[in-house]
Ligand binder design. Structure first.
Ligand code: PBG
Length: 336
């Protein structure tokens, strides 16, 4: 029965339905709450650097750090003890190791490969995902190989596949291609099958937009594009239906988990992707989103913790099963 039926109008003060009954106190609110936040929701991004004893704050990401491998260990142990059981690794590669083809990405003793092993040593049951894209390794700061100013697709896919295999060999549980080349999921899946890494998962950045919100991340890894932008491979933020196309293609090619990125500005797509696929959907609350809240809170303009929880809950409500977030630790600490 609609609330606009005549009987309701006639009743006047005696309303049959009062929605506020379910909001009377915290006990009833928690009883009827549709979504909750737990440590199991999170994927924790970690930035790794060469060296020893390094824990350096990223200027545009206050409260977030790059770790050398020795200190990464402590951080991973702490995350594990808090119930945070999945990490997503990114490496900052020294300039002298960068080239156009991302050769260093395939080094079996490279920083990423050692980082995977370090995490497993610190917390053997921690789920380890690795970022797969050329930008941290590229002298051009692009996600693929550059030829005449163009980011070539198929050659890049070959390197990404080799890179994924190398991460799997180092012990990664999942590879997470974030590059947006066409067909890379298939190339990666094929090489993993051929080499008998059949249980290595792929979390695909399926609907990844060309976004200005990645700025602080590029500071963190010193990986900003040396020329142009990423609009010939990352998606146009004016597009919605394309996100579904990209995502369905990635699933066909063998992605186990799909992702929408960035987060808050793209919640419409989180819900839409969730309604259209039968695999888990992740969302990435990116560096710029983190930086905005930190800056506003520093100025005293927003209540940091309250806004943080509201945003994380928005991802759950939109349908994300996995949230990659720089706030993961703070959220779990806050929830106690
Ligand atoms: C690299 C990559 C980026 C991010 C994740 N993987 C940057 C980019 O595409 O330029 C952004 C993450 C963030 O901003 O937090 N391919």
């Amino acid at each position: 029965m609609s609330i606009f039926t005549p009987i309701n109008l006639k009743l006047g003060m005696q309303q049959l339905r009062r929605n506020r009954r379910l909001r009377t106190n915290e006990a009833i609110r928690s009883l009827v709450r549709e979504n909750t936040i737990t440590p199991h929701d999170f994927l924790v991004p970690l930035f790794v650097v060469e060296g020893k004893g390094i824990k350096e704050e990223i200027t545009s990401m206050p409260g977030y750090y790059r770790y050398s491998l020795d200190l990464l260990k402590n951080e991973v142990k702490e995350l594990w003890s808090m119930g945070l059981k999945s990490v997503l690794l990114f490496v900052k590669v020294p300039d002298e190791l960068k080239d156009n083809k991302g050769t260093e990405a395939l080094n079996p003793d490279g920083l990423m490969q050692r980082a995977v092993k370090t995490v497993k040593e610190a917390a053997p049951d921690m789920l380890v995902m690795t970022d797969v894209a050329l930008d941290p390794y590229s002298s051009y700061g692009h996600d693929g190989i550059v030829e005449d100013g163009y980011i070539v697709n198929d050659e890049t896919c070959e390197v990404l596949a080799e890179m994924s295999l190398s991460h799997a060999q180092a012990g990664a549980d999942f590879v997470a291609p974030s590059d947006m080349m066409d067909g890379r999921i298939l190339s990666i899946r094929e090489i993993l099958e051929e080499e008998n890494y059949v249980n290595t998962g792929i979390m695909s950045y399926s609907a990844k937009y060309a976004s200005a919100f990645y700025g602080p991340f590029r500071d963190a890894l010193d990986s900003a594009p040396g020329f142009g932008d990423k609009k010939t491979y990352q998606m146009d933020f004016a597009n919605r239906e394309e996100a579904i196309k990209e995502t369905l293609m990635d699933i066909e090619e063998g992605a186990d988990i799909v992702m929408v990125k960035p987060g808050l500005c793209y919640l419409d797509l989180v819900r839409e992707v969730r309604d259209n696929v039968d695999v888990p959907v992740a969302v990435y609350q990116v560096s710029g989103e983190y930086a905005m809240l930190k800056a506003a809170a520093e100025k005293g303009w927003l209540d940091h913790d309250a806004v943080m929880l509201e945003q994380i809950m928005a991802f759950k409500r939109a349908g994300a099963q996995i949230i990659a977030s720089y706030f993961a630790k703070e959220v779990v600490q806050l929830l106690g």
